[in-house]
Design a binder for this molecule. Structure first.
Ligand code: ADP
Ligand code: MG
Length: 324
């Protein structure tokens, strides 16, 4: 078996590159050294992906490499931070060359899209477990915090929701998908797009107030903003943008999976109504669709309404079954 040292050298050490200009020292020493832009704050986030819990055993290594970094970049996006670098802690059952080739290729392809360089990590033998920590930077006071929503703010969603959950339904035989739908939905599940450019514009130009990325379903995640900001909200369920595959499904499934899907990695953010035009412009500039889906209100709780403003009484109990 390849030694730990050779494995790190072969798969996770690249010739020195420092797109951001903020990396003083990368892989190979006891610590990496980062020099954030003077006056900026560091934004740090960690996400761990465990086999059979977050991905299927035997998952395509290239897509897995993409997804592990994507979910971390998504957290930087949700804060409005600019990615700088990341570390990778990897537990592997064996040093499989084909797996390591695919995994590192998928991870580095996304890293290079965002100028975010691997600067260190840890490698050990054990059950497959992938833990990435990302480091970004942000202007002091500009971070899109969960506690910053205010009464009267619009609620916005980037991109579309529910396709990743639809793919899971397909794998579990809860839904039948034709080949085209399956392909669309599976791509959303396995290779999510972190909304980094949009998040940066929302924060740098101070367009949004509160934000987070939707990983566990819109209702639950929006609930974190409502709790932290001590506000309530009304959501227009018919305004929620369904993914391309989910859009072909019946209304009940669209409601269910846009509201409580999971694995979307879209941004949910709040902003003053005066910012509408600027937010639309930020969406165009970043190539990310943005949709206004509701409003923050002083009264606590989350109210669901249809396009006519009529309250929707969705069987919330049923969602647990789908949420697992
Ligand atoms: P230490 O003995 O200090 O823990 P290691 O032998 O674990 O050092 O790692 C040697 C160097 O390789 C360090 O710079 C570490 O950050 C880096 N490294 C280890 N594993 C990885 C990995 N999976 N990806 C990137 N860098 C790694
Ligand atoms: Mg180590």
């Amino acid at each position: 078996m390849i030694s730990e040292f050779d494995l790190i050298k072969q798969y996770f050490t690249r010739s020195r590159r420092d797109v951001s200009g903020r990396i003083v020292l990368g892989v190979g020493d006891d610590c990496a050294l980062l020099a954030p832009t003077p006056g900026m704050q560091m934004a740090v986030s960690t996400d761990m992906l465990v086999e059979d819990r977050h991905f299927f055993a035997g998952a395509d290594p290239r897509k897995l490499g993409h997804k592990c970094l994507a979910v971390n970049l998504s957290d930087l996006a949700a804060m409005g931070a600019r990615p700088l670098a990341f570390t990778l802690a990897l537990s592997l059952p064996q040093a499989d060359a084909a797996w390591l080739d695919g995994f590192s290729a998928g991870m580095f392809a996304l890293a290079d899209e965002h100028g975010c360089e691997l600067i260190g990590g840890d490698t050990t033998r054990g059950p497959l477990n992938i833990c990435i920590t990302v480091f970004g930077e942000i202007e002091p006071g500009h971070a899109l915090r969960r506690d910053a929503a205010r009464d009267g703010d619009d609620i916005w969603i980037s991109g579309t929701l529910g396709d990743a959950r639809l793919a899971l339904a397909g794998y579990r035989n809860e839904a039948w998908l034709d080949a085209a739908s399956h392909e669309l939905a599976a791509a959303r599940m396995h290779t999510p797009t972190p909304r980094v450019a949009l998040g940066r514009l929302l924060a740098a130009q101070q367009l949004a107030r509160a934000a987070l990325d939707i990983s566990d379903g819109l209702i639950g995640d929006l609930g974190h903003i409502l709790a932290a900001s001590r506000v309530g909200a009304t959501l227009d369920v018919d305004a929620l943008p369904a993914g391309a595959a989910l859009a072909r499904e019946e209304l009940e499934l669209r409601h269910r999976f846009t509201l409580a899907g999971g694995d979307d990695y879209e941004l949910c953010f709040t902003a003053a109504p005066e910012q509408r035009a600027a937010i639309e412009a930020a969406g165009r500039e970043s190539g990310t669709p943005v949709t206004r889906v509701g409003r923050i209100e002083a009264a606590p709780g989350l109210r669901l309404v249809d396009a006519h403003g009529a309250p929707l009484d969705l069987a919330l109990r049923g969602w647990d079954h789908f949420q697992q």
